[in-house]
Design a protein around this ligand. Structure first.
Ligand code: NAD
Length: 456
């Protein structure tokens, strides 16, 4: 088995030198990272094109730009975040003061997936650096060109005992998980999430799991149908549906189903043209295994639109299926590709029950202009996060912590959320030595009586 003890121990030794405690050190590191990303922008765009046929527009808007914006946000707020927070002190603690110190965990392991191979490796790294940790990144082996650029970029700006990158497959990942880290941050599938959590349990290491699942999209009868169709087509088919928070399926109200499907077809055509497989900017499926897995869904229900494939390039047209039911294979697991089943409902409780029968989604999208419907859905279903009258957009707000619940993940990040995720909140009481309130001591006269006066 590969062995990473030396790498982890070197980072622990570096961490204990205390350099990462210094906020200026963290800020300089983030600035170095930003410059390196800017200088490697072309190389990243090219690598993402080779790995996934991502267009320059998608490469910038969903990978490079998102990360640069996150760094900018963190740089703006970091000096404030690192300060100990003074909180209230109860009367029982009269004479003392209370502070919460955000403290780095130490050495973090970041394991990343292939679908946004740059962004999902670097966004957690920003949080790890901001909070003052060292980190080892394990990028995905399925997007080797992007992982190579990332490795070169990281090695150019950071010493290995501060930020290291280890390339490899599941075996490498497991060898890393064998080591004692101070925190684990995993983005990927639920089955591998269980392996990561098991490893974390063995060493009692805090763990963040950013997983996936079937994210529903409800289009209610009072929705702005044209806009709903456009925003769903955008969120679903970007990156050819290989987005953890892509709408997995649509629940549309029966009264507007036909009009919605008509608008959806128009929106798909407007975004990707008459023949998306000929569109040079349309993302491909990551490999043959996933391509074949997705092709097997194309005969589920009834084909409404799309359905063409290009095996040589592992590409699948944006596809919409109707007359699908919960027993169909396409409804058994997260689709993670450009296939969109549309289910029909007749009243809101029916759609909500269908969703309740599934594990907690990572995202949920509701299209409705009714305040009461919005309240009913947002309060009535447990999901990681989502949007009302949009899809995916919540992901890119630094003010909204992003993460799942239950099977879709545990913990969250982005903006201050990333800083908090990579920090331990160390609570400290500073007691006075000027006097000593006697009630807590067992030998005080009428101690219990006085204790009962305070503690009730
Ligand atoms: P994956 O779980 O197969 O792989 C993720 C990482 O884990 C990779 O680096 C891989 O090398 C490693 N890995 C794979 N098998 C392993 C094993 N047996 N033991 C230890 N490590 C192992 O996921 P993926 O296919 O790369 O990504 C797709 C999944 O990720 C989807 O389920 C998607 O929803 C989810 N995802 C979630 C988010 C999020 O932010 N919540 C973002 C993107 C993707």
């Amino acid at each position: 088995m590969e062995n990473y003890s030396a790498c982890v121990n070197n980072q622990k030794a570096f961490f204990h030198k205390g350099e990462t405690e210094d906020v200026d050190f963290r800020i300089n590191s983030l600035k170095k990272l930003r410059t390196a990303i800017q200088q490697n922008e072309n190389a990243l765009v090219e690598a993402l094109k080779v790995d996934l046929n991502k267009s320059e527009f998608e490469a910038y808007s969903t990978e490079i730009g998102v990360v640069l914006k996150e760094i900018r946000f963190v740089l703006k707020h970091l000096r404030k975040w690192v300060k100990p927070e003074r909180v209230k002190t109860p009367i029982t603690h009269f004479g003392s003061s209370s502070l919460i110190y955000p403290e780095p965990y130490g050495v973090a392991l970041i394991i990343a997936p292939w679908n946004y191979p740059f962004q999902l490796a670097v966004a957690p790294l920003i949080g790890a650096i901001a909070a003052g940790n060292c980190a080892i990144i394990k990028p995905s082996e399925l997007t080797p060109n992007t992982s190579d650029v990332l490795e070169r970029l990281i090695k150019e700006i950071f010493t290995q005992d501060y930020i290291a990158i280890v390339q490899g497959d599941a075996k490498t990942s497991q060898a890393l998980l064998h080591e004692k880290f101070n925190t684990l941050f995993f983005t990927g599938s639920a089955p591998v999430g269980k392996i990561v959590m098991e490893a974390a349990a063995k060493t009692l290491t805090p763990v963040t799991l950013e997983l996936g699942g079937k994210s529903p999209c409800i289009v209610h009868e009072d929705a702005n149908i044209k806009l709903a169709a456009k925003r769903i087509a955008w969120g679903k088919f970007m990156n050819a549906g290989q987005t953890c928070i892509a709408p997995d399926y649509v629940y549309v109200h029966g009264a507007i189903k036909d009009e919605f499907l008509d608008q959806l077809k128009k929106a798909m055509k407007a975004l990707y043209g008459e023949d998306p497989l000929e569109n040079a900017d349309y993302t491909h499926i990551v490999n043959a295994k996933h391509f074949n897995r997705l092709c097997a869904f194309l005969d589920n229900g009834k084909l409404f639109s799309g359905g063409k494939t290009d095996q040589a390039h592992s590409a699948i047209e944006p596809t919409v299926l109707t007359d699908v039911n919960w027993e169909d294979p396409v409804m058994q697991d997260e689709i993670f590709g450009p296939v969109l089943p549309v289910l029909e409902y007749h009243d809101l409780p029916e759609a909500m029950e269908g969703i309740h029968n599934q594990p907690n989604p990572l995202a949920l999208y509701l299209f409705s202009n009714s305040e009461s419907v919005q309240q009913e859905v947002v309060n009535g279903i447990a999901f990681g996060g989502g949007c009302v009258n949009d899809t995916v957009y919540h992901f890119v707000s630094p003010y909204l912590p992003f993460g799942g619940i239950g099977k879709s993940g545990t913990g969250s990040y982005h903006g201050k959320g990333s800083f908090d995720t990579f920090s331990h909140q160390k609570s400290v009481l500073k007691q006075t030595t000027l006097f000593d309130i006697p009630f807590r001591y067992p030998n005080v006269k009428n101690g219990l009586k006085k204790m009962k006066l305070f503690l009730k």
